[in-house]
Design a protein around this ligand. Structure first.
Ligand code: FAD
Length: 537
């Protein structure tokens, strides 16, 4: 059987596999991505990119393209609850810091809506722009076997019905919820017993907003006496939507669902539209017991699955890709220590458990939401039911739909490659992010005098930020990085407001933008710090 060689084989060309290929490409590492399909998403899935994911797009230089391809700047990220567009409004949750371009305090990037229909092609284009990144379509991985120094993958090339092998130093399984690799490795998924069954109806309705007076909204949930079982998600802020139905009977017999009728009922009248496609899908809230076996790593939906209520699936997967990207590049470049790749699971699995736990709790809230037989009626009891339910929805659902604290406030505080401190870090809530340079945290954003964000300083190697009137000549820390061949750039920042935000005179930031170490003077043993943060001690 013919054999190809690659340092890194990525299995799956969904958004997480593509993001990993982009991050590796950005860092100069070679990789090969195989995808069983044609690489063109034909049915909408994830739409909501949080600020952290947009910061990754910014690092890769495609944030403007994602903004342009996604929902227009002025489109409100409103979450609306109503009986139907022709019926009664029950509640609304505004998200003024989401969408558009106006500055926000915590990030240079606002959350942006850009469905995978538009995002995946942008990631594909970026990945293909790197000479050392190769993408092969219609290639389905069938099996993997590992030896001491490499992994051999057997692949079916569906275009010509031939099999070939790929020998790789590392394999990253980004093949989603139906991974063949994870079960073959004996890795189980654990978590909530919840299983949800859904039908997703992809609709084009260019005139929809003109047909009702409730205003534009990103996410509309229709409420009736049975509860919250239908929602309509705006995919492009213009004409494309996904109507979601919850229920086993729709999942089991999608052919018997009259999509036209469901759309008409939700809208409340006849509005010109085309049903583009109908797909069923199942949601679980589970996390893999392990994210790694030997030279094989799991990322994205292959590692964790969750109900998309809180928009955390894709965003969590992009975080996995970015954590793995610099560690694999560093390992291949030779400056990553032997324990660097071990830190992937120790950093990312707790984030997976927390995010999937949040999705699970949010989802059960949705089902516990009491409704009322008269909710849609034009009676005093109906009005009272809507008032009460509206209050409850705002109280409960705000935590579900505003997750800025989860997006930016995740911390790798128990990581073996950050220099942790004895006191506990300040914690962000689900809704609200609290900036901190506590080791393991995402280094905070502040605008610099030249119009850049502090985050624009990070990405290539480590960055040592010096605040105040620190010495300019190479310090022991810089000499130690040079001695170990680890790329480092030093940046002095005089602005006292940024210095206060960063809490220490010296802050060492990793290539992924997380704080590795901080102090008010050079460490006593700077070589030991360098070895610790590169996973070599
Ligand atoms: C209806 C819906 C709405 C969602 N909304 C959101 C949201 O708003 N925000 C959010 O963050 N998340 C959301 N999600 C979740 C999000 O879509 C997923 O988390 C995300 O797509 C995971 O990306 P992935 O690349 O890990 O996996 P996938 O997108 O599943 O991609 C895996 C790829 O691997 C390929 N593949 C599989 N097996 C093989 C093989 N053996 N060989 C080669 N290739 C293979 C597949 O063809 C596929 O292209 C939503 C999900 C659904 C279903």
């Amino acid at each position: 059987m013919p054999t190809l060689e690659t340092p890194i084989l990525i299995v799956g060309g969904g958004p997480v596999g593509l993001a990993l290929a982009c991050d590796l490409g950005f860092r100069g590492a070679s990789c090969l991505l195989i995808e069983q399909g044609e690489g063109l998403p034909d049915h909408p899935r994830a739409t909501a990119l949080n600020s952290r994911s947009m910061e990754f797009m910014r690092r890769w230089g495609i944030a403007d393209r994602v903004h342009a391809a996604g929902t227009p700047d002025g489109f409100p990220h409103t979450v609306l609850y109503c009986t139907s567009f022709a019926g009664y409004e029950i509640a609304r949750i505004e998200r003024p810091s989401h969408g558009g371009r106006a500055p926000i305090k915590q990030s240079p990037e606002r959350p942006q809506r850009c469905n995978q229909l538009f995002l995946d092609p942008l990631l594909t284009e970026l990945a293909k722009s790197f000479d050392h990144v190769e993408l092969r379509y219609r290639c389905s991985l069938e099996s993997v076997s590992e030896s001491a120094d490499r992994v051999i993958a057997t692949v079916h090339d569906r275009a010509n019905d031939r099999r070939f092998q790929i020998a790789a130093n590392y394999v990253v399984d980004c093949s989603g919820g139906r991974s063949v690799i994870r079960p073959a490795l004996g890795i189980e998924m654990g978590g909530s017993p919840y299983a949800g069954y859904f039908l997703s109806i992809f609709v084009r309705a260019p005139e929809l907003w003109n047909h009702h007076a409730m205003g534009k909204a990103a996410l509309v949930t229709f409420v009736d006496a049975k509860g919250l079982w239908r929602n309509l998600i705006s995919l492009d802020g213009r004409e494309l939507y996904r109507l979601g139905l919850t229920g086993r009977r729709y999942y089991d017999a999608p052919d018997q669902v009259n999509a036209e009728e469901f759309f008409r009922e939700a809208v409340g009248k006849d509005v010109s539209h085309d049903i583009l496609s109908v797909r069923r899908w199942m949601a679980r809230n589970v996390v893999a017991d392990r994210y790694r076996q030997g030279r094989i790593f799991l990322a994205g939906d292959a590692a964790h699955l969750n109900h998309p209520a809180a928009g955390l699936g894709l965003n969590t997967g992009l975080g996995d890709a970015v954590d793995l990207g610099w560690k694999m590049s560093a390992t291949l470049a030779g400056w990553g220590g032997v324990r660097l790749l071990d830190s992937y699971e120790l950093e990312r699995r707790p984030v997976g458990i927390r995010n999937i736990g949040h999705a699970d709790a949010s989802h059960s809230n949705e089902f516990q939401q009491p409704t009322h037989a008269e909710i849609a009626m034009d009676t005093a009891a109906g009005a009272e039911a809507r008032r009460k339910m509206g209050e409850e929805l705002v109280r409960i659902q705000t935590r579900r739909v505003i997750t800025d604290g989860l997006a930016l406030g995740y911390q790798y505080t128990s990581s073996p490659i950050v220099c942790s401190e004895s006191t506990g870090p300040p914690l962000s809530s689900t809704v609200e992010y609290r900036p901190t340079t506590f080791p393991g945290s995402r280094a905070p954003h502040a605008w610099l005098g030249d119009g850049r964000s502090t985050l624009d300083l990070f990405g290539n190697g480590f960055t040592l930020l010096r605040f105040g009137s620190g010495a300019r000549q190479p310090t022991m820390m810089e000499r130690s990085f040079a001695a170990r061949g680890v790329p480092l750039s030093s940046v002095s920042i005089a602005d006292p407001a940024v210095a206060a935000l960063y809490e220490r005179s010296l802050v060492l930031v990793r290539p992924d933008g997380h704080v590795a170490w901080r102090g008010d003077e050079d460490p006593v043993d700077s070589l030991a710090v360098v070895d610790h943060v590169r996973g070599a001690d």
